[in-house]
Design a protein around this ligand. Structure first.
Ligand code: IVH
Length: 674
């Protein structure tokens, strides 16, 4: 019964996933889709024995740590020759046609992401591997499975039993903007462009994080022995039928003039695309002609990339100003004489940090080159020294905070300067409050950035705990507020006391503790007290928490001012404990467990399963423990201790059987079950 339902849900979800993400023609509402997905996830969670690595639920990822294995490509992943010049491109075509006579080309967009090779066996996704050095790459299958446009099972018929398909993992601009906004709010380093963000995301350790980043995948090349096609065009059409996302920008071009027209069109039209491109790829269509042309050591002789020029402009650097963020990080910003670049007027550009500025020897008054390449924020790529004024002096970076005058500091391993005056520096104080009230944190509606500034100017708030002392009659007389808004604000502050613990933890604004880390910390420790008491060793046991994050957490709770704020928030009634879980069964009720070693899922997931079925987790082996669930590589010391104390040791399979049945099954019976 359960198994059939799981299968049916998987089939339905796969179909609607394809309709939504690949065909852009959804047939059911998001609500219905989410409800089915939730049902599937719940069934799979409570029935781990029906797990399938290609279930549509993997699209949401897991927090299993992926240690990437290096895999040799069966067919090398070559690069492409490239050119910025139409003359060179015409020469390339002339050379081909001297050798083979007139032939057809397929022109495609050159997608600006990171290359991926997908292997399918019997119509199911077997592996996804990065380009690496072209000969071998990293196995990133778990992460790629979360990308909605990658089919896990193929549609239609006629696919070879074994083949590879290559393409690009892309981060659309919308996902990129969202990701960077989030990172900025969390005081994390921004990704310079969608390409870096896509590549960085693929190498994430947690596929649950990958799942949320909104990656996309476009395919453009098949590889295999005896592919059943004679032309590239045909292979693209088939790939589309099998459920792959294949760009519909591709065209067959029969002459240099047609290729030129394709390039000319996309050099401007690409600005309207929702994802980044950096050129056009021109490929010989006919496989027989391709074979005739062959390869150089590095690249095929039958294809070339024509790259679009990044648009540049020259303008004057008027002055440099400095922004101080919520975490105290200082960013230098170039104020430019306005200049038109790639369709928009550019007035400001980031200068990154002191080192970058020194490297380019940038000085106010200089004529500078501004470029808007793949990057969203324009950058200064150089200085025209011939136009430098005679009285110009090297730029001296600031040594004190432009907002509060405190001497700036540099932390080891960080390029930026920081203002350490957390408690007294205006943009940091206001920034922290704004972070706290964000939708993803305490979600205090009616309180925007301007209102927070207003409250600060009027001496009503100095930290987030002050919000909970506000009274409507203090707010009503302030400009732009009035009684109605004042009441709304107070009501929404009141409501924020119900916001779950994980969002409160995120809202505190501990350095490096973003939304996801806060969620993992809350799941692992379940209360603020437990997080505060945890040692560095205990902190890094939570998923996604490394030494750097653990140190930042310890540092945060070592500050008296923070402890006071926490005490006041607690008194106000803000949630400092995770909600109790709804049980999936009571099959483990009254029993205590220690999980140790490696399992087919992460340890935190195993612990969650224990609680989900009514059991209790204990941290260390003692006489109070009923069972040790032993995975691979369980420490020998623990094993010895358990044996000495007479604690029962069970395998992962026996554990799953307990979840199903109520008691650990005997070894013989278990053979039949699995
Ligand atoms: S074909 C042997 N087609 O560009 C030919 N590549 O500079 C293999 N790329 O590594 C590549 N869009 O990551 C091809 N439509 C497209 C492409 C494309 C982007 C990337 C790909 C490749 C790099 C070569």
């Amino acid at each position: 019964m359960v198994r059939e339902r799981i299968e049916e849900l998987r089939r339905q979800l796969e179909l609607h996933n394809f309709k939504y993400y690949v065909e852009n023609a959804p047939e059911i509402s998001d609500f219905e889709f989410d409800a089915m997905m939730r049902e599937l996830q719940e069934l799979e969670r409570a029935h781990p024995e029906f797990a399938d690595p290609n279930s549509p639920s993997v699209r949401v990822g897991s927090d299993l740590t992926a240690e990437f294995q290096t895999v040799k490509h069966r067919y090398a992943m070559l690069s492409l020759g490239n050119t910025y010049s139409l003359d060179e491109l015409h020469e390339f075509i002339a050379r081909i046609e001297r050798e083979t006579g007139p032939t057809d080309y397929v022109c495609e967009l050159k997608f600006d992401g990171t290359a991926i090779s997908l292997t399918y066996e019997h119509g199911r996704l077997l592996r996804a591997v990065t380009r690496g050095d072209g000969v071998q790459g990293d196995d990133v299958t778990a992460n790629v499975r979360t990308v909605r446009t990658v089919p896990l099972r193929l549609r239609g018929t006629g696919w070879p039993d074994y083949f590879e398909i290559r393409g690009e993992i892309l981060m659309p601009y919308a996902s990129f903007d969202r990701l960077n906004a989030e990172r900025e709010a969390n005081g994390e380093q921004l990704f310079a462009n969608p390409r870096n963000a896509a590549a960085g995301t693929l190498k994430q350790q947690s596929s649950a994080v990958v799942a949320k980043r909104g990656l996309d995948c476009t395919l453009y090349q098949l590889a295999g022995d005896d592919l059943p096609f004679t032309t590239h065009w045909e292979s693209l059409e088939k790939a589309r039928e099998w459920g792959f996302k294949v760009s519909d920008a591709a065209r067959i071009c029969r002459s240099a003039a047609e290729i030129d027209a394709f390039i000319e069109h996309w050099d401007t039209a690409r600005r309207e695309l929702p994802f980044p491109t950096d050129g056009v790829v021109i490929k010989v269509d006919d496989f027989a002609v391709r074979r005739q042309l062959g390869f150089t050591a590095k690249a095929p002789k039958w294809a070339v990339a024509y790259k679009f020029k990044a648009e540049q402009a020259m303008t004057r650097l008027d002055s440099v100003s400095f922004q101080v963020g919520r975490t105290g990080a200082v960013t230098p910003v170039a104020n430019l004489e306005p200049v038109l670049l790639a369709g928009t007027t550019v007035r400001r550009a980031t200068l990154h940090n002191a080192e970058q500025m020194a490297l380019l020897d940038i000085r106010p008054g200089d004529m500078v080159y501004v470029e808007k390449g793949g990057e969203i924020i324009p950058k200064i790529i150089g200085v025209d020294l011939s136009q430098r004024p005679a009285d110009s002096r090297p730029f001296e970076y600031i040594t004190v905070c432009p907002e509060c005058g405190t001497p700036l500091v540099r932390y080891e391993g960080e390029a930026k300067h920081y203002c350490p005056n957390q408690g007294g520096c205006r943009p940091q104080i206001i920034g922290r409050i704004i972070h706290f009230i964000r939708r993803k944190a305490l979600d205090i509606e009616g309180l925007g950035e301007e209102t927070v500034e207003l409250l600060y100017e009027n001496g009503l708030v100095r930290n987030v705990a002050d919000l909970y002392d506000l009274r409507a009659e203090q707010l009503a007389p302030l400009p732009r507020l009035g009684e109605k808004s004042a009441d709304n604000i107070i009501r929404s502050i009141e409501r924020s006391k119900q916001v779950p613990f994980q969002r409160v933890l995120f809202g505190l604004g501990i350095r490096f503790v973003g939304e996801t880390t806060a969620k993992y910390l809350a799941e692992h420790f379940r209360s603020l007290d437990a997080v505060m008491k945890a040692t560095r060793e205990e902190l890094v046991e939570a998923d996604e928490v490394g030494g750097r994050i653990a140190d930042a957490i310890i540092e945060y709770f070592a500050e008296d001012e923070n402890l006071q704020i926490i005490r006041r928030l607690r008194d106000a009634g803000v949630q400092f404990e995770a909600e109790a879980r709804e049980l999936a069964s009571e099959n483990l009720a009254g029993r205590t467990f220690v999980v140790s070693g490696k399992f087919s899922r992460s340890r935190d997931e195993m612990k969650e399963l224990i609680e989900l079925h009514g059991g209790k987790n204990l941290a260390a082996v003692s006489g109070n423990v009923d069972y040790i669930v032993a995975g691979e590589n369980m420490g020998p010391a623990k094993l010895k201790k358990a044996e000495k104390l007479g604690v029962k040791i069970i395998s992962e399979e026996e554990f799953f059987a307990m979840i199903e049945g109520g008691g650990p099954v005997e070894k013989a019976a278990q053979q039949e079950l699995f």
